[in-house]
Design a protein around this ligand. Structure first.
Ligand SMILES: [Zn+2]
Length: 114
């Protein structure tokens, strides 16, 4: 038996356009850069900018100082933005004729997966 950490079910995927619903970046939209199912967080481009104090590391060619970068946002605080109706929406599921399950917009029904 291998101990496996519980994973959160995140319906947001890398590359999705999302809107931040809560926190200091509320109202911002951006592309999802990464998803962390173990922590239930996502990183959204240009949202929730945090300051990182870094030490110089010449081996990795990293300069010291303060670096501003995107911080993790709880996945429940972001909603996907539908490319068809242009609004943030809950994610529904549609089963296609070939049996494939895809994510869909709960507002207009458009498939969110390509
Ligand atoms: Zn829609």
């Amino acid at each position: 038996m291998s101990a496996q950490a519980a994973k959160f079910k995140i319906q947001i995927r890398k590359g999705d356009q999302v809107k931040v619903m809560a926190g200091k970046s509320a109202g911002k939209t951006g592309r999802v850069l990464s998803v962390n199912p173990l922590k239930n967080t996502v990183i959204v481009e240009h949202a929730h900018i945090i300051k990182r104090h870094t030490r110089p590391n010449p081996n990795k060619n990293v300069k010291g100082g303060i670096v501003e970068k995107e911080g993790p946002i709880n996945a429940s605080n972001v909603m996907i933005v539908c490319s068809s109706c242009g609004k943030h929406t809950r994610i529904g599921h549609t089963v296609l004729a070939d049996g494939k399950k895809v994510r869909s917009c709960r507002r207009c029904g458009t498939t969110l997966d390509k």
